[in-house]
Each structure stands twice: as structure tokens, then as C-alpha cells.
Design a protein around this ligand. Structure first.
Ligand code: SAM
Length: 324
């Protein structure tokens, strides 16, 4: 088992398979951004499988494929199948912007991806175009319906809620999620990079209070997916809401995860720079035992908490680089 010096068990890896994306969400990749990883520096599937096998031997039970947009990495279905086959891995999931999902949903399910998070910030076409940098809504909705049809479940909708941008769309998103039995997750914008810092922050505490009153939501006792969201639901199970509040109420004390970037850098905290580059070690021929030792030492260095509030300018990495 991997345990850090604060007694937190780390059993969850978010694995970025590319830092590239076909969207330019206003809070994520800046327009004109060019500083993407060079293909020679991308971990190969063999390297990824090797690192993840070591993590699984060290107690990792959950892996989420992410990015950038993970469905843009050529061969990602093959990689998903290889990871799903690792003995001991019990939960393989994927975060996607949904644009490629219509094409991939069935194959993802067949490869062993059990569940999906899909980013969707509005159901208004113009708002989605403004937030994502292009007219993406029809494609994303088609992807979502394909995923539902393919039997991927649960499907969670990730909505970064922003003041004056899509805050008024929360109500229609709730109705959409009830209609399709999707779990809605509202996320506070994080000050990652200039793009994240310029997002119009919305405190989700009053939003949650309003939704709790309106729908009679009760706190879920069971965790749904081992992530940072607090979940709430109606007694009849008709509507489930997750809220991710890194700013208004941080959840670092229960953080159970690390992130591996496409370049093989292990990031120990979303909101701190602490990291360990694994790629050079892999390419210098480190043994599995050596890799285990490096990962154990890295986990020792996991920061206690993020510094989004005290030092927002400190985090220069955008989310797509870390692996959201
Ligand atoms: N492309 C995939 C997707 O859209 O889910 C995976 C990567 S994306 C970086 C993962 C999640 O991070 C998305 O839900 C996105 O909205 C969120 N995200 C990106 N930048 C963020 C920021 N500054 N604050 C909060 N959430 C952010």
C-alpha cells in the first residue's frame, strides 16, 4: 500500500495519455497555446503499462484515463484494454470532452472502461461555443447519447460553473441529468495557469444550499467513485449531485491520488509543483524494484494541501498538462 506522511492512502492514479485537446475551454488551454509535449517525450503504451503495473502492485485500484482529450491519443482503446487486464485493477474510467465519444463509446466499454465523466458546461449552443472555443454542443450530445446506449454507467457530467457565464444554466443541466439519469457534478474553477486564474469563480456553497432545499437532497453516505466530490441525492434516486469545491471547501485531507503526465512526470498535487520525472528513469533502464522505490519515495513527498487560495499565481501548469 502507498501511504504518505500524512497517513493518506494513495490508491488512485489519473493517467494523462495526451496533453492535446480539440477544444480550448476558456479556463483550461489558452487560445494559441503551443507548448505541448513533443511526441518523442510521450510515454509509449509499453512504458505506461509498466508504470501502471508497478502502481497496481503497490495498491492502486483505480485508474482514470484523462488528458488533454484522451480519445485523441491514437490506439487509446488498445491501451485501455491492456490496463483493464492488469490483475488487481478494479476500476478503469475515462474523462472526456465527448467530441469523439459517438465513435468510441462501444469500443471503450468492450475494452473494459466501466464509467465515464463527460465535460459539459452548458446546454446552450452559443454558450458552449464561447466556453469551448468552437461549436461543440451537437457533437458532445451525440457522444453522450452513444455512451448511454453503449451501457457505460454511471455517466457523470462535469460542469465548471462560472459566474456570468453558465451559472444560470445549472437549472437546465439538472433537468437534463434527471431526464437521462446522469450524475451532475458541479466544479469550482481552479486558478491553474493564466486561463484558470481568469475564470469567473463561482462559490458553489450557496448553489448547493439552494439545490438541497429545492430537491430535498440528502448527503450520500457511500462515496461514488473515490474522488473529491461530495455527493447529494433525492431519496428516490432520481437525481444525484456531486460538488467539487477545491476553493470554498478544500478536500486535501482525503486526497487519495497522484497524476502521471503524458511525458511521464508524476505530479503529487494538482495545486502544487511537487513532481518526479519517471521518463528518464524508464529510458535509462530502471528495474521494477527501482521504480517501486522511486514511487514510494515520491509519495512521501506528497504535499499536505494545495495553495490555490494562498498562492494562486504559483500554479503555472494548466489542467491539460497535469491531467485533469
Ligand atoms: N478532456 C477531458 C475532459 O474534458 O474531461 C479530460 C481532461 S479535462 C482537463 C478534465 C476536467 O478538468 C474537465 O472537466 C475540465 O472542465 C476540468 N478543468 C480544466 N481546467 C480547469 C480549471 N481551471 N478549473 C476547474 N476545472 C478545470
Amino acid at each position: 500500500m502507498l501511504q504518505d506522511r500524512f497517513g493518506r492512502r494513495v490508491d488512485y492514479v489519473r493517467l494523462s495519455v495526451t496533453d492535446r485537446c480539440d477544444l480550448r475551454c476558456s479556463y483550461c488551454i489558452p487560445k494559441g497555446f503551443k507548448d505541448f509535449a513533443e511526441p518523442d517525450n510521450w510515454l509509449t503504451f509499453d512504458e505506461i503499462e509498466r508504470v501502471m503495473a508497478v502502481f497496481v502492485r503497490l495498491g492502486t485500484r483505480r485508474v482514470r484515463l484523462t488528458g488533454g482529450e484522451p480519445l485523441l491519443r491514437r490506439g487509446v482503446i488498445e491501451l485501455a484494454g491492456r490496463l483493464a487486464a492488469l490483475p488487481g485493477l478494479t476500476d478503469l474510467s475515462l474523462s472526456t470532452n465527448g467530441t469523439q465519444l459517438a465513435q468510441y463509446a462501444g469500443r471503450l466499454k468492450a475494452a473494459g472502461v466501466a464509467r465515464l465523466n463527460v465535460s459539459l458546461d452548458s446546454l446552450r449552443r452559443d454558450c458552449m461555443a464561447e466556453v469551448t472555443g468552437r461549436d461543440s454542443l451537437p457533437q458532445v450530445l451525440a457522444g453522450l447519447m452513444a455512451a448511454k446506449q453503449a451501457g457505460l454507467t454511471p455517466i457523470k457530467i462535469n460542469m465548471v460553473a462560472m459566474n456570468g457565464v453558465n451559472a444560470d444554466d445549472i437549472e437546465s443541466m439538472v433537468a437534463f441529468c434527471i431526464e437521462h439519469q446522469f450524475i451532475l457534478r458541479l466544479i469550482e474553477a481552479m486558478p491553474m495557469g493564466d486561463s484558470g486564474r481568469s475564470a469567473a469563480y463561482l462559490d458553489l456553497q450557496p448553489v448547493l444550499a439552494g439545490l438541497r432545499r429545492r430537491f430535498g437532497l440528502q448527503a450520500h453516505t457511500a462515496t461514488l467513485g473515490g474522488g473529491p466530490a461530495n455527493y447529494w441525492g433525492t431519496a428516490d434516486g432520481r437525481f444525484t449531485l456531486g460538488v467539487i469545491t477545491p476553493i470554498s471547501q478544500h478536500f486535501c485531507a482525503t486526497c487519495n491520488r497522484v497524476r502521471l503526465s503524458v511525458e511521464g512526470t508524476l505530479y503529487l498535487c494538482l495545486g502544487q509543483e511537487a513532481s518526479v520525472p519517471l521518463r528518464p528513469l524508464l529510458r535509462q533502464g530502471i528495474s521494477d524494484a527501482g521504480l517501486e522505490a522511486v514511487i514510494r519515495q515520491a509519495i512521501e513527498r506528497k504535499p499536505e494541501r494545495h495553495v490555490f487560495t494562498e498562492a494562486p499565481s504559483q500554479i503555472v501548469r494548466i489542467m491539460a498538462k497535469t491531467g485533469g
